[in-house]
Design a binder for this molecule. Structure first.
Ligand code: CS2
Length: 491
């Protein structure tokens, strides 16, 4: 492989690669999107692209990154901010160039002041976010002021490192320049993500400037959203597939994903919005039922398969689906244990929804790694499993799959499978590694030490012996029988 970079030669692309048909010169950065990873490229920016396809207009997107290097952004600019989206399944593949992005800024290349000033520009109407669960820096529904990076930002509000600190600095500048209201749109997999984002931003602002906090109250809304599309991190195989779809050209910003997508958005925009309905988005008054449904069924099932599947030797979600033990228990988790906890949005048939999810999981083109989904377990478990566990404990109902999931996670973070080690990705990985090191040889003490992590396991759960006894047993079942057998024995 050569490292030499060549911009895309549009004239030489295969004819079936669709290109934007709208006037891209009309685009202005009216949306600033922070966190332009795989998901944002395939979902948020894709919805804007389709909206522009339908209506044209000037709603362009500036993408912003706070981590890593600007290498990919330089390449994106060299391609006039066009990049490739390949939607693929076992039935069909569709390739297109997306064109809604019109600018990029990277903290490492451009410096923080440029990013802050950018948020204050008068034409900016929406700041949207895909910064992952940990990016919000919240704990127990409040800004986590014990988090060292938040402490840094509170002491250096002009030179923040977090997205929350950046937004507050941008809003302060906006207020100072009299540039008017806007919307902050959270697009991460958290329950009431808009509300949580609003809490983090307002509390941060209140620490630095009470007037600013009051201004935000008046001038900024934080709608919630439910986002859904399976977009695995790129593998070499996926890169090769994108290259084939482009007739042999390389697009380092290209991305591959499933055909399905859903976006449910609370319609509470302070300074206008694109007509996202044209891209199939659902604009509603209350997103919560959609969020809970998706988080507990899709994401809850993903995490179950991630820990127990990975430990059982399954590299991808579609590998899990090809094994009836995993496939049948994934369905039981959704239908028997998550469904009763949900207030389903009126028109949705949850059994059909679960069956559709199993079909999406079986997409063998995606190569969605169990190891990837297993990341950040401390941030994901509460909303994916533990709120449902609380429901079942209160109702005295069966929830053995949810409990086994937690037992799977406790085994997974030991970072050893069949004598081989692997990397754990989690903002709490150092603390987890310390617990493994210090208590790992004593199952009782080990499980207790994990249950004492109070930002993961809330006090009411840990105070309930029905919960703790079951968790100890689930940990032991996976450790002693192996993950696949423990799943099979769920009955
Ligand atoms: C996954 C999600 O990595 C994970 O935790 O569960 O990224 C999942 O693929 C998306 O939420 C699907 O919409």
């Amino acid at each position: 492989m050569t490292n030499e970079f060549k911009p895309l030669d549009l004239a030489a692309l295969p004819e079936n690669v669709k290109r934007p048909s709208y006037d891209r010169k009309a685009l202005r950065p009216r949306i600033v999107h922070i966190g332009f990873g795989a998901f944002a490229r395939a979902h948020i920016a894709m919805h804007l692209h389709e909206t522009l396809e339908a209506h044209g207009g000037d709603w362009g997107m500036r993408v912003v990154e706070l981590f890593g290097t600007a290498n990919l952004f330089d390449k994106l600019a060299a391609n006039d901010h066009l990049y490739t989206l390949v939607e693929t399944s076992d039935e069909a593949t569709n390739t297109r160039l997306l064109g809604a992005v019109c600018e990029n800024q990277h903290i490492a290349r451009d410096g923080i002041d440029k990013l802050v000033n950018g948020l204050a520009e008068p034409q900016v109407s929406i700041i949207s976010l895909t910064i992952t669960e940990k990016g919000y820096c919240v704990k127990s529904d409040a800004l986590d002021t014990d988090n060292p990076i938040i402490q840094h930002d509170l002491q250096n509000p002009q030179a923040p490192k977090t997205a929350i600190g950046l937004i507050v600095a941008g809003l302060a500048k906006r207020k100072a320049e009299g540039n008017g209201p806007l919307t902050v749109l959270s697009c991460d997999n958290l329950p009431h993500n808009g509300k949580l984002c609003g809490i983090a931003v307002r509390q941060f602002a209140a620490h630095v400037d009470a007037d600013l906090a009051a201004w935000i109250e008046e001038n900024v809304t934080f709608p919630s959203t439910m986002v859904d599309r399976i977009v695995p991190a790129l593998t070499d195989e996926a890169r090769a597939e994108i290259k084939t779809a482009l007739g042999g050209q390389t697009d380092l910003n290209g991305i591959i994903c499933e055909p399905f997508r859903q976006w449910v958005v609370e319609d509470d925009f302070k300074a206008g919005r694109p007509q996202y309905e044209a891209a199939g988005a659902q604009l509603v008054a209350d997103v919560e039922p959609f969020e809970e449904m998706k988080l507990r069924t899709l994401n809850g099932c993903h995490s179950f398969l991630a820990y127990l599947g990975f430990l059982g030797g399954k590299e991808t979600i579609s590998d899990c689906m090809a094994d009836d033990v995993y496939a049948s228990h994934a369905r039981k988790l959704m239908v028997d244990e998550q469904r009763p906890t949900l207030h389903v949005p009126g028109e949705v048939d949850l059994i059909a929804y679960a069956d559709m999810l199993l079909k999406r999981f079986a997409n063998s083109k995606l190569k969605h790694r169990t190891w990837q989904i297993a990341s950040d377990g401390t941030q994901k478990m509460p909303q994916r499993w533990l709120n449902s566990v609380r429901f079942h404990l209160a109702h005295g109902t069966d929830h053995r799959h949810l409990i086994l999931g937690v037992g799977g996670w406790m085994n997974y973070i030991r970072a050893e499978r069949n004598g081989e080690t692997y990397e754990i990705q989690d903002p709490m990985k150092d603390r987890l590694a310390q617990i493994v090191k210090e208590q790992g040889n004593d199952p009782q003490a080990y499980v207790n030490a994990l249950l004492a992590l109070d930002n993961v396991f809330a006090k009411d759960l840990v105070a309930n012996p029905a919960f703790t006894v079951a968790i100890h047993a689930a940990y032991a079942a996976v450790a002693e029988k192996g993950a696949r057998q423990a799943v099979a024995d769920l009955g």
